[in-house]
Ligand binder design. Structure first.
Ligand code: NDP
Length: 417
């Protein structure tokens, strides 16, 4: 089947490596803003795969640029591993050209001062009670249009969002009658040796981490100040780490799709150096997305900061240590209380040796390929717009073991208070 991959950054590099290993993809076109990166990657992989690899330039903010490429290449499915800013334009182009759609992050606007978007955002903050810039409403609203065309859109098949929801669907299918509590724990025990750098796109990462936290409890959102809730956890393969409660997009879809759930929280580990740098940058205005005039030129502070920070793709050779990402569930089976922890441990250097990327890109890129393969193979083919927990988790869980992200089940985990 023909696959069009849009974007050629850290996550895309791993996803394309893995697509090249999976014979279901017979032809892969790698398209991005900077075609030279696509050409370099295709040249590296051509001898290692039976898939036919081609490259193209595309501006994924431009509907016409996308449809011109899709009409020429005629993809069965498009994997969007560019940025969340492009989600809606790529979905529009898929509808126009009759392609299925897959991504790893939900829509977020690049310009958060746009008046039309602001009005919808403020209405949502008021009605729903969380203030993150991203939410699923924009993409869920495409359901009828995808259904009518007989096309599938699969949202958020990275690790988190992505695998964390597949773990939830698997726990629900095999271990619980009712899941009441879900704690998603994302631990990066890696060290890249810089005082401050982000492991994936700095703009997206810093916007997420500096925002208010929130969790879902008893049918509503509870919002916290950034980093207000802190816990310590002893992670297998990593050791003890401080972790902080964040808002995260899969909480929104799990709250909708997991019946009986009472509380869903998301925690991510951060070191003190990262937090001190981030607070300082925020206090001086460097995380702002509002353009300022500097010596006659308009600049967006966070974009300028991105230009100064190390490129996440360059962290691979320097990063040592492991990640541990998973979910702790508490609920009921056959009338009895039960707890369960499903997690994956991934080694930064092993990922780098295999694909040239560190574990953050690896743990996102592998599930991006698996989700795409689920749609392309027809195992997860249903017309409409879906999150990963809405499909049968079993073939996805098998593929995680096969393609480099084996998971572990602990039936007696330490819980987070
Ligand atoms: P990078 O910044 O490394 O790569 C982004 C790529 O998109 C670059 O190749 C860039 O091109 C390309 N791009 C950006 N704008 C356009 C455009 N207008 N048209 C065409 N191409 C464009 O990001 P990552 O690889 O780190 O992240 C990719 C995605 O994965 C993001 O959406 C991120 O949020 C998501 N993610 C999801 C996770 C999960 O677990 N679910 C975890 C981590 C990331 P150029 O080279 O020209 O800049």
């Amino acid at each position: 089947m023909k696959l069009l991959v849009i974007g050629c950054g850290g996550v895309a590099t791993v996803a394309i490596h893995k697509c090249c290993e999976n014979p279901i993809f017979s032809e892969i076109c790698i398209a991005s803003r900077t075609e030279s990166k696509c050409v370099d990657l295709a040249d590296k992989l051509r001898d290692k795969t039976k898939a036919r690899l081609t490259t193209a330039t595309v501006d994924a903010d431009d509907f016409r640029s996308l449809t011109a490429l899709m009409n020429e290449f005629q993809p069965h499915t498009v994997l969007n591993v560019a940025l969340p800013y492009q989600d809606l334009t790529i979905m529009d182009a898929c509808l126009e050209c009759g392609a299925n759609y897959v991504d790893t992050a939900n829509f977020e606007p690049e310009d958060t001062d746009d008046p039309a978007w602001r009005a919808a955002y403020e209405k949502r903050c008021h009605e729903e009670g969380f203030t993150a810039y991203f939410d699923y409403s924009w993409q869920w609203s495409y359901f009828d249009r995808f259904k009518k065309k007989g096309l599938t859109a699969l949202l958020g098949t990275g690790f988190d969002p992505g695998v964390t929801q597949v773990f939830t669907a698997y726990a629900q299918k095999h271990y619980f009658d009712e899941i009441h509590y879900i704690d998603i724990l994302d631990c990066n025990g890696g060290d890249h040796g810089y005082p401050f750098a982000t492991n994936f796109n700095p703009e997206i990462n810093l916007r997420e981490v500096s925002a208010n936290g929130s969790y879902w409890e008893n049918g509503r959102w509870v919002e916290t100040k950034p980093m207000e809730i802190k816990r310590e956890y002893n992670f297998a393969g990593v050791g003890k780490k401080d972790m902080y409660l964040l808002h995260h997009e899969e909480i929104e879809s799990l709250a909708k799709n997991i019946p009986c759930v009472k509380r869903i929280r998301f925690f991510m580990t951060f070191g003190q150096s990262y937090l001190t740098h981030m607070n300082c940058l925020q206090n001086v205005g460097m995380l702002s997305t509002t353009p300022i005039n500097f010596e006659g030129q308009e600049i967006v502070p966070i974009k300028f900061l991105k230009a100064l920070l190390p490129d996440p793709a360059s962290l691979g050779p320097r990063t040592v240590g492991k990640t541990n990402i998973g979910c702790i569930f508490k609920g009921i089976k056959d009338g009895k209380e039960r707890t369960l922890y499903i997690y994956n441990v991934c080694d930064h250097q092993a990922c780098y040796r295999e694909t040239g990327s560190q574990a953050i890109s690896y743990t996102t890129g592998v599930p991006a390929m698996i989700g795409t393969a689920m749609v392309v193979s027809g195992l997860w083919k249903q017309p409409g717009v879906f999150n990963v927990e809405e499909f049968d988790p079993d073939p996805y869980m098998e593929a995680l073991n096969k393609y480099g992200l084996p998971w572990v089940i602990d039936e007696n985990p330490t819980l987070v208070d």
